[in-house]
Design a protein. Structure first.
Length: 405
């Protein structure tokens, strides 16, 4: 998966900037395709036509349009126009072009696959003032045309220009990619969860740490069969299903697996956490900075949760909310609970949103009882890893209490 640098605004007429992605992994494997077959395959290609920023193509607006067709040879052409930059001397919009056939002093000089769905390419381009600069582009094909998921980034280091965003319109298409990714997720249920998490190891020898509710990625792997193992489990935790397990990597695709881990209670007695309060000082009105929480969760994996975020307004005008109540809605519930520290607990499970279709999402909560009611020191956080959504803060009203009995 690509990682993007923070962009530095600038003028395209004076340069363009590049963004880097995750380093590739290239293990030696006996079962990969033969060099002869690899050499015979056509080089990968990347094409893109669209825009980022403002949807309106008007001078002065923050919109960048691009048109490119490049290959891993490397060769091809690239063009970008930036509507936010207007030259004072020529009144022309800033542009950059790289096309060795039309202008031999320009061209594409590098091409690399950076993940299953992303490539990076670069070269020398000519801006509309006649100057030439080195540039770099990252392009990601994350969905079908119009889905708004594809990603484009460009940089020219010499002149401090950089733009990066999801596509406002258009499409990026990648073909013929020979590397793929593996994404591994750990999801832990029960109580007394493994505090330091686990380790995911490939049979190539690469190993990475992973939390009890997290995902790690192994990017740009050659096609082939891999063995994935989850280790570092506490004695009270076990994996459901095969461990290790086998995954097949195909070029241009992401192979995924989830290790479900169950941890048994090792602490005497039952821990109970309750909370009723507010984060934020605004009144309970749509679009206000107000978050309400009401929950009860125990180490016996019983309880209920209701949270409401007034800053998010649904189509029917109601604030966004999530409810966990297995008595009324068996599809929801508390699936894990752990004492994170003397003052804090973490728990999670599945809740239902009021998003019009009643979507179910996994959630993670951390609640801390740091002082007496009304002292303004208790803290609460919640996130939906698959949405994603996160909210955290110190209670401005109410109280969180943690007891063991």
């Amino acid at each position: 998966m690509c990682r993007w640098h923070t962009f530095v605004p600038g003028l395209l007429a004076t340069g363009v900037i590049a963004v880097g992605c995750r380093d590739s992994l290239a293990p030696d494997r006996a079962d990969l395709r033969s060099p002869a077959l690899a050499a015979a395959a056509a080089p990968p290609t990347a094409t893109g036509l669209g825009g980022i920023g403002n949807a309106l193509a008007l001078p002065g607006l923050n919109r960048q349009e691009f048109d490119f067709a490049v290959s891993g040879a490397p060769d091809g052409r690239f063009f970008i126009r930036d509507y936010s930059t207007l030259h004072t001397t020529t009144s022309l919009l800033a542009t950059m072009t790289a096309d060795s056939k039309a202008d031999p002093a320009t061209g594409i000089t590098s091409f690399a696959q950076t993940s299953a769905r992303c490539v990076s390419f670069g070269g020398i381009g000519r801006v509309d003032t006649g100057d030439r600069f080195a540039f770099s582009v990252d392009a990601c094909d994350h969905g079908s045309p119009g889905a708004g998921l594809d990603w484009f980034s460009i940089s020219v280091p010499a002149i401090g220009y950089h733009r990066a965003a999801k596509l406002t319109d258009g499409d990026i298409t990648l073909t013929g990619l020979t590397l793929g990714d593996i994404h591994v997720t750990a999801y832990t249920t029960g109580t007394d969860l493994d505090a330091d998490g686990y380790a995911v190891t490939l049979n190539t020898g690469t190993s990475r740490s992973i939390g009890t509710h997290a995902t790690v990625q192994f990017d740009t792997l050659p096609e082939g069969t891999y063995t994935v193992a989850l280790g570092g489990l506490a004695r009270n935790c076990v994996v459901s299903g095969a461990n290790p397990r086998t995954l097949t990597v195909v070029g241009g695709r992401v192979s995924t697996t989830t290790f479900d881990v169950a941890c048994a209670d090792t602490t005497p007695g039952t821990t109970r956490a309750t909370g009723l309060g507010v984060i934020g000082d605004d009144p309970p009105l749509p679009k206000m900075n107000r978050f309400e929480l009401d929950f009860e969760a125990t180490s016996e994996l019983t309880g209920r949760v209701r949270v409401t975020d007034y800053a998010i307004v649904r189509g029917d005008g109601e604030p966004a909310s999530m409810i966990v109540d297995p008595a009324a809605d068996p599809a929801t519930g508390i699936e894990w609970f752990t004492r994170a520290s003397a003052a804090c607990v973490s728990f999670g499970g599945v809740g239902r949103l009021n998003d019009g279709v009643g979507s179910l999402y996994r959630f993670v909560v951390e609640a801390c009882d740091r002082a007496a009611p009304g002292a303004g020191a208790d803290t609460f956080s919640i996130n939906l890893p698959d949405r994603p959504y996160a909210k955290s803060g110190t209670l401005s009203q109410g109280d969180i209490a943690i007891t063991t009995f």
